[in-house]
Ligand binder design. Sequence first.
Ligand code: CP
Ligand code: NVA
Length: 302
Amino acid sequence: MSRTRHFLTLLDLSPEELRSIIRRASELKRLRRAGEPHATLRGKVLAMIFEKSSTRTRVSFEAGMSQLGGSAMFLSPRDTQLGRGEPIEDTARVLSRMVDCVMIRTFAHDNVERFAEHSQVPVINGLTDLYHPCQLLADMQTFFEHRGDIRGRTVAWVGDGNNMCHSYINAARQFDFQLHIACPEGYEPDADILAAAGKRAQIVRSPTAAVEGADLVVTDTWVSMGQEEEKQRRQAAFAPYKVTRELMALAAPDALFMHCLPAYRGMEVEAEVLDAPDSVVWDEAENRLHAQKALLEFLLAG
Ligand code: CP
Ligand code: NVA
């Protein structure tokens, strides 16, 4: 197969490439604010396959392609042949002859890998059960913009060892920071993903110990898409893992709080933390737009 680059996890790009995408994301943000044209992907088409719900991912990719002079199309399995059992491999072969890039949000991570294997064009992971790399581009951009380089800093992940946690583990490797993970027993991140990060990521059971002195505190919903039936059990297990003002007070004095959203106030995060006047979660959400525009440029324009 060709040397088509994909973005299925943060490990698909080098640390230097990731940093250059983040720099470009901030530049694209400035250009958009200044009303300066930046149609670098004129005529390019992005296909977006969503097997799960989305607000931010869908809107940021669609608006982003349009701002870059291209276009995006939303494909739901409900009204494509994917939903009627056409193999992923065949869909990849066909779509990639018609469009310039494909973004997929799905359940099994294996789906995006199989798609990418049979695609002639770049494939972007818009969230799987295992990873959410696009969110990390936005989170890292947000940290860089508010606090400078994250290298050597400490990040506390409080909550589920889920797809976001896995992407934070990969980010710790690629951006060179320390990750402390506070999660209940039975909700740990994948052991292999954790082990591959070596000393950069470790499980620190207690939220207070994990957050102590941290420069960034991150959480996510306790009930990810596809886990709706486990809701009650999860809410009980995660009750001691809520990010509160008291918990944030143990972090570094200028610590940031991030959440990929959607957030459930009163569950994984106290409303007062999320809605604090200096909360950066809205910048973080906005940066999905800029970071993914930079990613699209990288993959499509080189
Ligand atoms: N954070 C995130 O991916 O949001 P959506 O589910 O709304 O796309
Ligand atoms: N962990 C969450 C993230 C949502 C953006 C989920 O997978 O549902």
